[in-house]
Design a protein around this ligand. Structure first.
Ligand code: ADP
Ligand code: MG
Length: 257
């Protein structure tokens, strides 16, 4: 059973503490939503989990599949089965979506088995076509340069396509809903739901309740000022929608560290 366990995580950016003792666990097969207002540290958590060098862990632990991942580089975390869909995906002019995905798949296969010769072109085509159909993407998408001139919705779909081809054991989706119209949101969510199963855990990071109408979480956590301040079931997201973050802020004002 692969499980992501975050204990008392403290993270600083340029000397300023952003995460202040965050605890969270996500098991394979579970869907967790992490909600919080802007600036609460959601993206900081996502980047830290994937090993972005900018984010300095000053205290706490993060375990995945029994390994202390804070000792691993970003690519090693990916090979271990972790995946992050970025809030703001970068474009890579000159590298097509297909090439990018094939390179990523082959890197994973090589990490698992140094003798691996890589996925064959026909196998890759079949895989890519199947996943693109799942996400209702046009075939021409594969030949475009990664995120270059993509609309907001296309970028998010490209992220989920990466997830679909890499088949991670834990996927962290950082505000995948931002910038999506309702149709794109539905397609992206359906894609995530189709991939989600007993082998994959999902951490959906979001500001708004909206995406949780499509991706149904088993657990909802509310983050405030670098910490998870409340955890519960789906009803917590509905409570938030009704009362907003101000209510939660008020409730937790003056809570001792
Ligand atoms: P959220 O994703 O919840 O909106 P962030 O993790 O992006 O929150 O930001 C939390 C805090 O950390 C903010 O005060 C933000 O200004 C700061 N921060 C995050 N990343 C950086 C960065 N790369 N450089 C400077 N400050 C940052
Ligand atoms: Mg963010």
């Amino acid at each position: 059973m692969s499980e992501l366990v975050i204990k008392n995580l403290h993270v600083s950016v340029e000397g300023k503490e952003i995460l202040k003792g965050l605890d969270l666990s996500v098991r394979q097969g579970e869907v967790h939503a992490l909600m919080g207002p802007n600036g609460s540290g959601k993206s900081t958590l996502a980047y830290t989990l994937m090993g972005h060098p900018f984010y300095e862990v000053t205290d706490g632990e993060v375990w995945f599949k029994g390994q202390n991942i804070l000792e691993l580089e970003a690519d090693e975390r990916s090979h271990l089965g972790m995946f992050l869909a970025f809030q703001y995906p970068v474009s890579i002019p000159g590298v097509t979506v297909a090439n990018f995905l094939r390179t990523a798949i082959n890197a994973h296969r090589k990490a698992a088995n140094p003798e691996d010769k890589g996925i064959s072109i026909p196998d890759f085509r079949r895989l890519l076509t199947a996943k693109m159909n799942l996400l209702k993407m046009d075939n021409s998408f594969a030949g475009r340069y990664l995120n270059e001139g993509f609309s907001g919705g296309e970028k998010k779909r490209a992220e989920i396509l990466q997830m679909a081809t890499l088949q991670p054991e834990i996927a962290i989706l950082d505000e995948t809903d931002s910038g999506l119209d309702i149709d794109a949101l539905r397609i992206v969510s359906e894609g995530v739901n189709a991939l989600q199963g007993p082998h994959m855990g999902v951490l959906v990071i979001t500001h708004y309740q909206r995406i949780l109408n499509y991706i149904k979480p088993n657990y909802v956590h509310i983050m405030l000022n670098g910490r998870v301040v409340e955890s519960g079931g789906p009803e917590l997201a509905l409570y938030l929608e009704e009362h907003g973050y101000d209510d939660i802020r008020e409730k937790h004002n003056g809570v001792p560290a």
